[in-house]
Structures are given as structure tokens and as C-alpha cells.
Design a protein around this ligand. Structure first.
Ligand code: LLP
Length: 430
């Protein structure tokens, strides 16, 4: 297992940011999500310090769908980020964390009337329009509230980024956004721009998630800018804001080769500056909205090993006290992870195991074929890089309570989300 910044091995035992992982099991429980707070802050700073320009303002939004809870949003806000929210729940969490809602961008391909009214009432800064169903509704709500709402339109560049089918978002038949190749888009933009209570600022594009080819991002910049120029010329509208989404790939296993983030961001901003000159755009602000690359590597999940079982066919299973309810990503995407036995870090890894969860489903796997030292019941097993889309996609399948979340930093730990109890599971049952 790759040891990220802050992970250390002392006397054969793993620690994170100076906290022995074994002590976290004693103090809290397993299964448990653990985040290294220094690493969260470091990632925020890499984005803030490297994605900046002298030609236009830049803004980094935290795509909170990756991991939304009060404390992570407080950190993002403190570090100077804005926030991408996609539901009433994410908006509510951002408000309660104290986020400046003028720095919030409301996304989604089917925002409900209730969500839109709420977003406008609480002062969400910008609404990212997805389709023609939305803009008239928003205009009506804005009129009623006597407000002018900043909007941008999500466009679809048709770029086929090489990533898992379920997390591509810009193919021509994607459910997200409006294709730049569909000529009716000009009427749509014209209509949006004519609404009395909407302030149309520009475009948003997000091509997918866990993308490693920087050329895909650069290509999207070009398509978006070429299109912006067309709109300016054709409709006489000034494009002031462009948002290029998130999607920057991260390391889960040594099969993943992410670009060095700081250097990539500098190249990215250069491409944006150059293309904006090529297409003669006079941009006010350029935005990106990373999720995974801000939080993924900072998070790990700690489990206790129960049974270790060899099947008749020869597969050696390690059973842990969590599973697809706290991490559905193998079941959904065949996502791969690395793992380690926390209390045997210096033992030779001589056995191939499959780590399986405790849910009643054959697909409830966490890691297939991982080399570990000989595993015994009671060992502590850690899966790394579970910081994105694990907590936020967790469920109560099999009536398993959701896990607590602990942040560690410089030798101390604190609970930031309580684990659910069995009473919590019944709180809405009548
Ligand atoms: N902006 C928009 C409009 C998005 O839809 C997303 C992710 C992001 C930003 C952030 O993308 P990121 O930087 O995290 O790649 N559940 C899947 C990932 C779904 C991504 C959804 N949209 C997974 O577990 O891999």
C-alpha cells in the first residue's frame, strides 16, 4: 500500500499524522473513516496556489458530492474555496457549515422547484442551468423574490474522456448539459439572456471523473472557448465566466498514473490563458471544481478482520466488519484499492487475499487479489484512498449503521461525524 504524506510505520505499526491507527480503533470503533486533515489542507492549497492568473480571476469550488459534512466544508471555506452543491441537502450542509453562499454554485440536471426556491431564498451565488425546463422557473422565482440571479449554462462538448462509463459526462448522449453541436442551443441562450431576472454570465463544462489524460481537459477548453466566441459573435452576448468542472484523476493503486497536480494546474491555466486570447475572449473569471482530487487520498477506512476463509475453489477471503454499505465502489465500478494490515506493516506480504464485506450479496467485495501478510481474526485492515465518494455514497443496506468519521492531525484525533446507532436506523420508522 502506498504511504501517503502523513502515513508512517513505527515498530511495524501504521500511524497517520502522528496518531497510531490501533489507538483509533480503541478510542472510536471499527469500521471507521479516518481523514488526515493536513493532507486535506495541503490539497486545497495546491489548487489555490497553482490555479491563478494575472488575466482573470480564478475560483476553486469544492465539489461537495465527493464528501459532504460540516467540518470538511469549514476547512474548504477557511482555505478560500467556493462550493459546488447539487441538492437541497448539500446546500443545507454548506449553509450550516457557515459557508458564504455567494460562493456556492448549484448544479444538477433536474433541480426541483423546492430546491430552486430554497437556493434562491438562501442566496446561492450562481445557478448552473442544465436545460430549458429550468430557466423560466428560476426567472419566475427570482421575480417573486425581487432578485436578479446569476446563471451559467452547462454545455456538453462531446469529449469522450477515457474513464469508467458511469462517470463520463460529456458524450453526445449524456444526460448532462446541452450539446454545443445542437444548433437550437443559440435560441436557448438567447432566451435565457432575455429573462428579466437572470444575469447570464457564461458556461460550465465537466467532461467526467478520474481522468488522467490532460489532453482531454485541454481539448475541452478549446471547444468551450470556440463555442463562446461563436455565441459572442452570433448573439452579441459577452461571455464573462467559464467553469471547466473537475475530474482530475488520483492514485488508488499503482495502475493509476495521476499527473503531478501543481504542475498540471499551471499548464492548465496557461492553456486557458492562451486559448482565451486565441478566441478573443475577455473573461472575468475562470472556475474549476475538483472533488476527488481534494479529498480522496486524505481518507482511509479502518476495519477489523473477522473470519478468514478459504473456499473449495481456493480463494482466500478476509472478511471485514464493513463492506459495500460503507464503500459501494467495487460493486458499482469495479473500483480498485490498496490495503494493509495496520498491525503487521513490516511483515512479509506472502499471501493473496480477497477482502469481502459482511453484506448479504456476493458482489460485496472491497479488494480483489491483494497481497498481505498472513491475516488472522482481530487484525486491523486499512483500505487507503477512500476519502471521495465513500462516505457520501454509503447506505444502510442490511440495516448497517453509517460509520463515524474521525479527523487526525499532528498527533491528535477528533470525531467530526458521529457513527449511527441502531436507534438512528429507526428514527423515521413509524
Ligand atoms: N463538477 C461536476 C459538475 C461533477 O458532476 C463532478 C462529479 C465534479 C465536478 C467533481 O468531479 P471529481 O473532481 O470528483 O472527479 N461516484 C463516482 C464519481 C461521480 C462523479 C460525479 N460528478 C465515483 O465514485 O467514482
Amino acid at each position: 500500500m502506498k504511504l501517503f504524506n502523513g502515513m508512517n510505520v513505527l515498530n511495524g505499526e501504521l500511524s497517520i499524522s502522528g496518531v497510531r491507527v490501533g489507538d483509533l480503533k480503541k478510542k472510536y470503533r471499527t469500521p471507521l473513516y479516518i481523514y488526515d486533515e493536513n493532507l486535506l489542507e495541503k490539497q486545497c492549497r495546491i489548487f489555490i496556489n497553482n490555479f491563478k492568473s494575472s488575466k482573470f480571476k480564478t475560483e476553486i469550488l469544492y465539489a461537495s458530492k465527493a464528501f459532504s459534512c460540516l467540518e470538511v466544508l469549514r476547512i474548504a471555506s477557511r482555505e478560500g474555496l467556493g462550493v459546488d452543491v447539487v441538492s437541497l441537502g448539500e446546500i443545507y450542509t454548506a449553509i450550516k457549515s457557515g459557508f458564504d453562499m455567494s460562493k456556492a454554485y448549484f448544479h444538477g440536471n433536474n433541480k426541483t422547484l423546492e430546491e430552486l426556491a430554497y437556493a434562491i431564498e438562501v442566496g446561492v451565488g450562481t445557478i448552473v442551468l442544465d436545460n430549458d425546463y429550468e430557466y423560466e422557473i428560476i426567472n419566475e422565482i427570482a421575480k417573486k423574490n425581487n432578485k436578479i440571479i446569476d446563471v451559467i449554462l452547462r454545455i456538453n462538448t462531446g469529449i469522450d474522456a477515457h474513464t469508467h462509463e458511469y462517470i463520463k459526462t460529456a458524450k453526445d448522449d449524456s444526460k448532462f448539459g446541452y450539446s454545443v453541436y445542437d444548433d437550437t442551443i443559440f435560441d436557448l441562450i438567447d432566451d435565457i439572456n432575455r429573462q428579466s431576472h437572470l444575469n447570464f454570465l457564461g458556461f460550465h463544462s465537466h467532461i467526467g471523473s478520474q481522468i488522467f489524460e490532460e489532453s482531454s481537459f485541454f481539448e475541452a477548453v478549446k471547444v468551450v472557448m470556440e463555442f463562446s466566441k461563436k455565441v459572442q459573435d452570433k448573439l452579441n452576448i459577452v461571455i464573462k465566466v467559464l467553469n471547466f468542472g473537475g475530474g482530475f484523476g488520483v492514485y488508488y493503486t499503482d495502475a493509476d498514473k495521476p499527473f503531478e497536480l501543481a504542475e498540471f494546474l499551471q499548464r492548465f491555466i496557461k492553456v486557458i490563458e492562451e486559448e482565451s486570447e486565441n478566441f478573443d475572449l475577455n473573461l472575468n473569471k475562470v472556475i474549476i471544481e475538483p472533488g476527488r482530487s481534494l479529498v480522496c487520498n486524505a481518507g482511509s477506512t479502518l476495519y477489523t478482520v473477522g473470519g478468514v476463509k478459504k473456499t473449495f475453489a481456493g480463494r482466500e477471503y478476509v472478511f471485514v466488519d464493513g463492506g459495500m454499505a460503507d464503500n459501494p465502489r467495487y460493486a458499482l465500478y469495479k473500483a480498485e484499492y490498496e490495503a494493509a494490515i495496520v498491525n503487521k506493516m513490516d511483515k512479509e506480504k506472502d499471501t493473496v487475499y480477497t477482502i469481502a464485506g459482511k453484506c448479504c450479496e456476493s458482489g460485496d467485495m472491497l479488494v480483489m487479489d491483494v497481497k498481505l501478510p498472513k491475516v488472522e481474526s482481530g487484525d486491523l485492515l486499512l483500505i487507503s484512498s477512500t476519502g471521495a465518494y465513500n462516505y457520501s455514497m454509503s447506505s444502510n443496506y442490511n440495516r448497517l449503521p453509517k460509520l463515524p468519521v474521525v479527523f487526525v492531525k499532528n498527533g491528535s484525533s477528533r470525531l467530526v461525524v458521529k457513527g449511527e446507532t441502531v436507534e438512528d436506523l429507526l428514527r423515521n420508522d413509524i
